[in-house]
Ligand binder design. Sequence first.
Ligand SMILES: CC(C)(COP(=O)(O)OP(=O)(O)OC[C@H]1O[C@@H](n2cnc3c(N)ncnc32)[C@H](O)[C@@H]1OP(=O)(O)O)[C@@H](O)C(=O)NCCC(=O)NCCS
Length: 163
Amino acid sequence: MDVMADAVELRSITSDDFTAVIGLARALPEWFNQEGIRQITVDVERQPGAVAVANGDVIGFITWTFDGQSSGEIGWIAVDAGRHRGGIGRRMLSLAEDRLRDSGVIDLFVETLGDSVDYEPYERTRSFYRAVGFRDFKRAKTDNPGMPESLTLHKTLAPSEPA
Ligand SMILES: CC(C)(COP(=O)(O)OP(=O)(O)OC[C@H]1O[C@@H](n2cnc3c(N)ncnc32)[C@H](O)[C@@H]1OP(=O)(O)O)[C@@H](O)C(=O)NCCC(=O)NCCS
């Protein structure tokens, strides 16, 4: 395989990416149900984000939010199923962390499906978050049938070095 042709680039999301991003999310039904897709469709238009692109195709995306002070949250993150475990999720998260850190974020949060729900795909998701430095922060029962228990994870972002 031509390694250069398969290089994965990260860049900021634009409105031209929305269709591809939603298509990517739809192709991950083990993680995103109809309500999730509906919410992603709303959030990609209003949250800052980035995409991973290979050969002109969007193969990953991440969005985030910032509370205007020192907290941020990962909104959505996904990588094309054929490329899981290739380091793209880690790279996208690192880009989001850099952007949030530059805005002054110290506390980064992400919410996902809790461990009490016996569902293997999200075990992989939690393994990812824990591997990239998040620690369990809060568990809560919810009345959302798609997420009977939510797990919030937290990561402290070290401040940027002064220029
Ligand atoms: C979660 C997700 C974004 C991670 O992206 P990725 O590119 O597959 O992850 P990476 O290759 O960057 O993984 C980084 C580290 O996380 C851990 N990890 C990732 N996937 C894992 C898995 N399936 N099992 C165990 N550990 C895993 C590993 O330690 C990995 O490093 P290593 O491969 O060097 O050991 C991706 O798997 C995905 O799209 N999942 C479905 C959607 C989803 O879960 N979104 C979040 C909803 S809350």
